[in-house]
Design a protein around this ligand. Structure first.
Ligand code: SF4
Ligand code: SF4
Length: 196
């Protein structure tokens, strides 16, 4: 069939030969291309009925880890301090438990959150982690402010992310100095290496 030539002196006009004028070869070529893709592995999903498997490395909405019926969080405030858009606010209170402090109020404004993961990165207790949840919708601005009732997630449900953090976050922890966990029971606890 040969390449389509541009007619001299008329740059926008194409010179079509007999086969080009028939159009059939091009139609068949297009159909062959479509048929070839029918037998290829599907890469599209029927979202939202079928959700993608994102894996533990995905950073969805941040949540609080619930352990033995209460939050791990000791209300140190580091996450709120590190959060670039100031999405986190909390009110610390005392508790007779070993951890001494807990967040009486903990809120994340999901209209501000940019899913950066810095709160998770700085938390010494692995008390706030990024979940796999990403499809959030809100009808009002108030509804986008999540309190403990919506932030707390049992640690069993967060195990893939906690395991992933154990493997990839700060792998040198405790290897370059003689870390004594007993000296600091609730600000630098390497809990992920020993329990889940
Ligand atoms: S993920 Fe980033 S923006 Fe969102 S609450 Fe954590 S630190 Fe703030
Ligand atoms: S950094 Fe961790 S322990 Fe400290 S207030 Fe935030 S979630 Fe709680």
């Amino acid at each position: 069939m040969g390449n389509i030539r541009i007619k001299e002196g008329t740059p926008d006009e194409r010179h079509l030969n007999f086969w080009h004028k028939l159009y059939f070869p091009e139609i068949i070529k297009g159909m062959m291309f479509s048929i070839k893709h029918v037998f290829r592995k599907q890469v599209t999903l029927e979202y939202p009925e079928v959700k993608p498997e994102l894996g533990p490395e995905f950073r969805g909405r941040p949540v609080l880890v619930e352990e033995a019926g209460q939050e791990r969080c000791v209300a140190c405030g580091l996450c709120a301090r590190a959060c670039p858009p100031l999405a986190i606010s909390m009110q610390a209170a005392e508790t007779p438990d070993q951890k001494e402090r807990y967040p009486a109020r903990f809120e994340i404004d999901m209209l501000r959150c940019i899913y950066c993961g810095l709160c998770e990165e700085v938390c010494p207790e692995e008390a706030i982690v990024m979940s796999e949840e990403y499809d959030l919708t809100f009808h009002t601005r108030e509804n986008a402010i999540m309190g403990k009732d919506r932030l707390l997630v049992p640690k069993e449900k967060l195990k893939p992310r906690l395991d992933w953090l154990q493997k990839f976050r700060n792998p040198d922890f405790g290897t370059v100095w003689n870390h004594q966990p007993a000296n600091n029971t609730h600000s630098v606890r390497d809990r992920t290496r020993h329990q889940h």
